[in-house]
Design a protein around this ligand. Structure first.
Ligand code: SF4
Length: 357
């Protein structure tokens, strides 16, 4: 194995880890011990694993890594509630992950791809193009890295993270095999034991992915990044809409609800005078009539070289009231962490621009 890149140990499910240790001549209980170090104690060094025999620790250190992601930059917002990490992958690519400490939650927002093929018109990640999918282990490693950072904010007897949202860079449902494998690892009751009700997967509307997710025995929350209530505008803002128009997306969400019984979250980035008219709120309500949804309204993050501006509070209020008049539950999310460029892809874009200049 000399000369090979070390194994990212977070790629392995518990069964795969047990098989690997068996190949190394280790009894099954060693894999259980190692799994606990990885996912209960969040060990960052094999040396911490004091109940593993010295030769096994040395063997692990030679062949595997617990730090597959290098922190290039960590930014903390002025209010201390948002911590953003620019991370480097083993092949030199970069991604972003965020720890959010809002409303007594400790939430990791993680990426699933390097860049994003969806190319939403108002998004820094979309503008940077698509590089590659992340592996399951790269997704899990982000959660572990953020969980380690969250430990100092968690009460002594609480888990470091309360929630994980697959809402960072990339379209999770275009990398669904890796996403599902990461979920299997993170929800393993003998390890990290993340409840699937505390997990949100966001999609721009990849219909086959939504239908496949509906078949999985999971209770994750699904969030649709809608951003426009009709095909004409959505074709422009979220180009994926040309492939999967709203009628198809709505039908897929209906199927998801029928299989899981879980209310769907609709994410709607309010852009001044583009998608924030009162009539568009009514259109949104009509589109989803009969489907249990909750709408999250969030004034769009301003992106450099983009004409899109966030809706001012008065327009947000009118939009929200119109949804409420149609009995659509909704909330307005405060834009936080702007001083750490918490809008998806903004820190990485700045890094890429600096590295190429
Ligand atoms: S908003 Fe999401 S789906 Fe759209 S380009 Fe950005 S990362 Fe991709």
């Amino acid at each position: 194995m000399e000369g090979k890149a070390p194994l990212n140990i977070y790629e392995l499910t518990r069964t795969e880890l047990t098989e690997l240790l068996q190949e190394w001549g280790q009894p099954a209980y060693r894999a259980e011990q190692l799994w606990q170090w990885l996912y209960e104690h969040l060990a960052a060094d094999f040396e911490e694993m004091t109940n593993l025999p010295r030769p096994l620790r040395d063997h692990l250190a030679r062949h595997a890594t617990l730090q597959p992601l290098q922190v290039l930059e960590e930014l903390v917002s002025r209010d201390q509630l948002t911590r953003k990490f620019l991370l480097q992958l083993p092949d030199g690519e970069t991604i972003e992950s965020v720890l959010m400490l809002y409303e007594r939650r400790r939430t990791a927002c993680i990426s699933t791809q390097v860049g994003c093929p969806i190319r939403c018109d108002f998004c820094a990640t979309g503008k940077s193009g698509f590089r590659r999918n992340l592996t399951a282990g790269e997704i899990v490693a982000q959660v572990i890295l953020i969980a380690r950072a969250a430990r100092e904010f968690a009460p002594a007897d609480a888990r470091p993270l309360t929630n994980v949202v697959y809402m960072g860079m990339g379209e999770p449902l275009l990398n669904l095999d890796a996403v599902l494998k990461s979920l299997r690892i993170l929800t393993d009751p003998k390890g990290f034991n993340l409840g699937d009700r505390h997990i949100t997967i966001s999609t721009a509307g990849v219909v086959p992915g939504i239908l496949r997710l509906a078949q999985e025995p999971l209770q994750v929350r699904l969030a649709l990044s809608l951003h426009a209530p009709n095909d004409a505008l959505r074709d422009q803002l979220v180009p994926l809409n040309r492939r999967y128009p709203l009628a198809q997306v709505r039908q897929a969400l209906q199927t998801y609800f029928e299989h899981t019984g879980r209310r769907i979250t609709i994410e709607y980035a309010l852009i001044k005078e583009v998608n924030d008219h009162k009539a568009q709120a009514a259109e949104l309500a009509e589109l989803f009539a009969g489907l249990p949804i909750h709408v999250n309204l969030i004034p769009v993050n301003p992106v450099e070289n983009s004409p899109y501006r966030p809706s001012p509070p008065a327009r947000v209020q009118v939009f929200m009231e119109e949804l409420e008049r149609h009995h659509i539950p909704c909330s307005v999310r405060v834009r936080r962490g702007l001083d750490v460029q918490a809008g998806c892809g903004q820190l990485r874009s700045r890094y890429l621009a600096q590295s190429s200049s």
